[in-house]
Design a protein around this ligand. Structure first.
Ligand code: NAD
Length: 486
């Protein structure tokens, strides 16, 4: 049965006249109808503004803010199983992963809740004895938070944790592909006791996103998504001089050296590209294999790729679900065709699964590609691993860095000096040595180059949501030359 949802504004469920459908990528069936009304954005920004300027949130002691965040985490944990099912229904991600993600949401809120009452300024040494100078760290204000479809709730909580701890208020716009769980989070925020207007959620597509980013009432936009959209976001933000945090895509290299533990590396390559069907920003989509072990690693990866269990994302035994939309499937198939025309060899996969059909792409491994092949340069956002070989460290680091992106990299080696050299020289936001795809609330996450700027997670994530205010106090009643900068 189709469910209808309303926007969540000022702690109220606000229906919209303009709506859109959201479908289950596994069954293809429409299961929910949600608002798609750019007009709702103004209402939501105004609610967030009032909450920031005049509501109880403004004067609430940080410790109380923190308690609300912890309570929200508890409610998300209480409903983690239900939220995981909805998340899988919305984006086709396997329940194994969505269950782990929703069960872990509270950790992110707890971590930043613990920081809420430790946000403090400094006393600045004065250049003269008659001044007291100090700084305070003030919440930036109303934040527009736009998130993608691949990990909807997790990526949203990555933003809400630091922004709520900082004392900001938010207008959230989830992806048009996965709009429902953000609305459910809003309802749980109300249940937790958040004052009206602190968290608002407006659903919809590009027009709603564009209305939000163009709104002059925002003090910051934090965006996670693709590079093309990010350019629209940054351009709209520039018109109002609204600062932005951009967490974008990647084309992350995984380097397997000759001294690596081959079994662990194989596992890491699989985790990097076939978990979530490659629909993760950190997908390790470029594999550089040392020439002495390339055949062995390629053989192992191919063999395992061919036995990955595709199927219903709602079943625990499923290892890979469908890609999220028909458009995404067609885009990936188009990229594979172009790669073949450029000389790529399909070692395995490259097609829609003959038994399951629809949006199920076979886990795909390519070789006979170079850094110049288009599929090695562009983000696929699907289960496609491009394998290349190398002969020495200097060469492979140059190849790994030869990318427009800089989100993450994996390095497989048992040589500790080499591990540190690689970490030093890879131009990316995260390096994983002998592991891949680990994230934590405590570990800053973000990119270099076209993978964006700013950081989610870790203590420094909070910086984007704070302004520093400096106060000077003259303590002695001294007069000064009014015409000279003092
Ligand atoms: P997308 O860029 O298509 O959409 C992201 C969000 O922007 C969605 O909510 C969408 O509705 C909204 N949007 C679309 N047009 C807009 C506009 N003109 N103005 C404002 N908002 C607009 O991305 P996607 O397909 O949802 O997600 C996949 C991308 O996200 C990939 O590139 C992936 O690598 C990236 N991603 C990055 C991270 C990270 O932390 N770096 C994490 C996950 C995903």
């Amino acid at each position: 049965m189709t469910e209808t949802f309303a926007n969540f504004i000022d702690n109220r469920d606000v229906p919209a006249e303009q709506t859109m459908d959201t479908s289950d990528p596994f069954t293809g069936e429409v299961w929910a109808i949600v608002p798609d009304d750019p007009g709702a954005v103004d209402l939501a920004v105004n609610a967030a503004r009032s909450a920031f300027d005049t509501g109880p949130w403004k004067t609430m002691p940080a410790k109380e803010r923190a308690k609300l965040m912890v309570k929200l985490g508890e409610l998300l944990s209480r409903d983690a199983a239900e939220l995981a099912v909805i998340e899988s229904r919305d984006n086709g991600k396997i329940i194994r992963e969505t269950s782990a993600q929703t069960a872990g949401l509270a950790n992110y809120l707890d971590y930043f809740a613990g920081y809420a009452d430790k946000i403090q300024g400094t006393q600045i040494p004065s250049p003269a004895p008659n001044f007291l100078i100090y700084t305070e760290r003030k919440p930036r204000g109303v934040v527009g938070a736009i998130v993608p479809w691949n990990s909807p709730l997790s990526l949203l909580v990555w933003k809400l944790g630091p922004l709520l701890a900082a004392g900001c208020t938010a207008v959230v716009k989830p992806s048009d592909i996965t709009p429902v769980t953000a609305l459910l989070l809003g309802q749980r925020a109300r249940e937790a006791g958040f004052p009206p207007g602190v968290i608002n959620v407006v659903t919809g597509g590009a027009e709603v996103g564009a209305a939000l980013t163009a709104h002059p009432g925002l003090d910051l936009i934090t965006f996670t998504g693709g590079g093309v959209t990010a350019r629209h976001v940054a351009a709209a933000a520039a018109k109002n001089l609204t600062p932005t945090v951009l967490e974008l895509g990647g084309k992350s290299p995984q380097i397997v050296f000759e001294d690596a533990d081959v079994e662990a590396a194989t596992n890491g390559l699989l985790a990097g590209i076939f978990a979530a069907g490659g629909q993760t920003c950190v997908a390790g989509s470029r594999a550089y294999l040392h020439e002495s072990i390339a055949d062995e690693v390629l053989g192992r990866v191919t063999q395992r790729a061919e036995t990955i269990v595709l199927g219903d994302p709602g079943k625990m035994e499923t290892e890979m679900g469908p890609v999220a939309s028909d458009a995404q499937r067609d885009r990936i198939l188009g990229m594979l065709e172009r790669a073949s025309n450029e000389g790529a060899n399909v070692v395995t996969g490259g097609v829609v699964d003959p038994k399951l059909g629809g949006r199920f792409l076979r886990p795909t491994v390519l070789n006979n590609v170079t850094n110049q092949t288009s599929i090695v340069r562009q983000e696929v956002f699907g289960p496609v691993l491009a394998c290349m070989t190398f002969s020495n460290e200097e060469e492979v680091l140059a190849l790994a860095n030869d990318s427009d992106f800089g989100l993450a990299a994996g390095v497989w080696t048992n040589d500790i000096r080499r591990a540190h050299r690689c970490s030093r020289d890879l131009d990316v936001g995260t390096v994983w040595i002998n592991t891949y795809r680990n994230v934590s609330f405590a570990a800053p996450f973000g990119g270099t180059k076209q993978s964006g700027y700013g950081r989610d997670n870790g203590l420094e994530a909070i910086d984007a949501f704070l302004n520093t205010k400096t106060t000077w106090i003259e303590t002695e009643g001294a007069t000064r030359d009014p015409f000279v900068l003092g």
